[in-house]
Design a protein around this ligand. Sequence first.
Ligand code: NAP
Length: 546
Amino acid sequence: MATQANKQDHTGDRAERAAVEGDYDAVVVGAGFGGLYALHRLREKGLSVIGFEAAPEVGGTWYWNRYPGVRCDVPSLYYSYTWSEELRREWRWSEKYAARREILDYAKYVADRFRLRDLLRFQTRVVSASFDEASGRWLVRTDRGDEIRARFCIMASGALSVPNSPKTPGLESFRGPIYHTARWPEQEVDFSGLRVGVVGTGSSGVQAIPLIAEAAKHVVVFQRTPNFSVPARNRALQDEDFKQFDAAFPAYCESLASPNAGRVNSSAFEAPIPSRDEQWRRYEELWQEGGGGFLLSFPNLLTHEAVNDVACDFVREKIRQIVKNPKTAAALSPSGYPLGVKRICVDTNYYETFNRDNVELVNLKEEPLEALTADGVKTSARQFDLDALVFATGFDAITGALFAMDIRGRNELRLQDAWAEGPRAYLGIAVADFPNLFIITGPGSPSVIGNMINACEQHVDWLTDCIDHMRAQDFRIIEPDPAAERAWMTHVAEMAERTLFPKADSWYLGANIAGKPRVFMPYVGEGYRHRCAQIAARGYEGFRLT
Ligand code: NAP
């Protein structure tokens, strides 16, 4: 899509540099939170390591997502690395939910504090990685002519890093600028006096729309599926918050590794169904508290429709109370799928924004978007004249960044072909026929279902310990046994089936991308970390080490 954002060169001028060649122990693709920690840990273990990053800066998806209102929906004290006590003491978040700028500053601080920049080549996109059978090494090529060989290839390319840009008919004919939330320009976009269309009402749209509405003359929100959103109630952090967090931190770290940790744990299947009154009271408390903690209300919220239905009613009632126009309130009210099985949105004044005179909601279920024209957007019923358009249409999640590279394992097998019927990865970290390749937060691991930064850490710790073990035992190659991989992916699918997650067309299932196999990608069960640790302790059970 020729958007304003990618018409411009976001990466700025690429400083001249000689192409890198040579042999390394490990190569890391991506300098988001997974890649940064991988570089640190691998170097600490004495490996020669190099990292490539397409952006001119660290931060991964937080580098590219600069749309108005972008902030994390996980409390910042928890959206932090746990691996360095010093870092934890030195860094002080200013708000309960950190804005993108502060998260990026944190990533930069980590890169400087732990001297990671020397290991990185910025503004460099990895285009291919192929496994050479004879040498047992990966040959990695970049768009700047680099050609390096490495024993281990670590893909830290992100679960939500490749934008989903719909191929709407007439895209090229629209006269105004088109922005995508995940490729926003670096310089501030001034919407004042403009008529702006926003397509998409997921987390990005829900965060951006209230601020675009404050700036623009008129905003038309094109909504295909309404999402459940809860108020963030963001606020400045106080000394007391830090004290409480410090006191809770050891128990938090312990809880991550517990056999019961996970989005859905076994208590969900044993817990009684709470009464409607009890649920209503609890949801009200959590609504007032704000944030995605709403999903922690009852253990069986994501497994039992009888519970989930009440939560849906509760949020719809809130929408009716907030939004003055009953028709708009009805159109904003999600129905037909359970709450929390598409990522819940966490907002600031989202529903309130539809009470503004300059905001209009278009229900694309009633009047589908047909095309862009030179002057705006045409639905099946009307033409909307617009000066600028924003696509908040999300990402090709989890597999998108991997497929953007030409990754080939044994016998030139392409990852796309290996995953033609859906992704498969043992523990969501390693793939049969792709030896010594590790995917940080790959399909089949909890990844996007939990706290991404902690999920990245766990994968990095696990894979670096694995590499350590291989070196100590003089193993050269590790890859999953195909039977173990199949069994794991069956387990991942069975766990999802026991929950309400498959009951919505979500990006967790690949449903947002035409032609993408419908496979539930994240692991929603319990004890993932515990299981990974057990597998390692049993000599990497399910893996072949040679
Ligand atoms: P998203 O959740 O996939 O939402 C995309 C929106 O665009 C949906 O409303 C979708 O409608 C709509 N859409 C897609 N293609 C369309 C088309 N051709 N025509 C009309 N509408 C279309 O993407 P996102 O909002 O960028 O969020 C993705 C994920 O990133 C989140 O779930 C979250 O995990 C993460 N994120 C987090 C934060 C945060 O921390 N606060 C912020 C932003 C993003 P349908 O639902 O009908 O497909």
